[in-house]
Design a binder for this molecule. Sequence first.
Ligand code: ATP
Length: 369
Amino acid sequence: MNDRFSQLRLEGVSRAYGSTVALANMNLTVGNGEFVALLGPSGCGKTTALNCLAGLLPLTSGTITMDDRRIDLLPPERRGFGMVFQNYALFPHLSVYRNVAFGLQMRKVRRAEVRRRVSATLELVQLADHAGKRPGQLSGGQQQRVAIARAVVVEPQLVLMDEPLSNLDAKLRRDMRVELRRLHRELGLTTIYVTHDQEEALSLVDRLVVLRDGQIQQVGSPEEVYRRPANAFVAGFMGYRNMLPMTATPAEAAGGELRLSGLGLSLTGLGHVQGPVIAAIRPDDIDLGERDGNCIEGVVEEAQFEGREYELLVRTAAETVLHVRTHRHTTLGERVRLGIARDRIMVYPAGPDESPEQDSAEPLPVQAP
Ligand code: ATP
């Protein structure tokens, strides 16, 4: 049933709704068996891209091919992709078993084979004991597992998932991530997964595609996107909460220096960068104490206990407020010294588009569990 392709290719894919360009000239190649996330904030075009792949939306321009076969003009049923939606979309009047068997029966698979495959898939999603129940008798997590089983049982060439975990509570979401990874490992189905949750994307997939306003910002492994965001937008989205407007001054030697009235950071590898820049730093890359010769003094303005660590807001002498994560307990008003490792400061050119949202009095974030 599964004619394995070797490459799925989107070339110049665009989709507009009237004058709104939801997807602009998207180019992406996905290899067989890959698990890829389309990641970005609300409205960036993730769902549009997924629906174009599924055949639910025609392209405004561009092509989608599987190896040499053009598929973007095929109706959804001829593409035969598996889909998992946020809202499960199960048949309420059918049992779990029949929901999962449906796709196989439509494909006229022999009865014994249907039985074998449905049982194996229910086993895989740990629902073998619930085969006779209706969806309404299951929890949200169990219903989503039925939806996933239904999508994968036919071993489609491509599985498309649109925020499948967003209706589940935090603990279940974490458990389901583990299950999705295991399922992907065991079945090896090419999967494209839409989410706005960077933590979820980082923990799940082999490759991330970060979108903004319908345009790809970066494609890379979770480690690459997390450690080396391609631009200030990606950095901000990936949790570099400190986006500091600074001025880079050229280095006499190999390093370089960043200055922001009173806040001085030195770092290596600044190269030829000069003038206004944005320095992006993750809260967990700032610690109490000196690091690499970088030391900033400030006063603890807010402290929030987050289980293992504290999230602090520290106001520096230059009136910059830094987000800091630390193991150390501090008290409000305490004077602290902060250190930032040189290789953890990302520097981007400051453009009109990259204006940082340096928040001075913003409340501490509620961490996604
Ligand atoms: P979300 O995470 O909120 O679902 P998304 O990243 O999936 O967002 P899309 O739903 O793909 O984003 O929407 C991309 C852009 O296209 C948005 O600006 C949206 O307002 C617009 N858009 C989406 N669907 C339509 C439509 N049917 N008619 C007009 N504009 C639309």
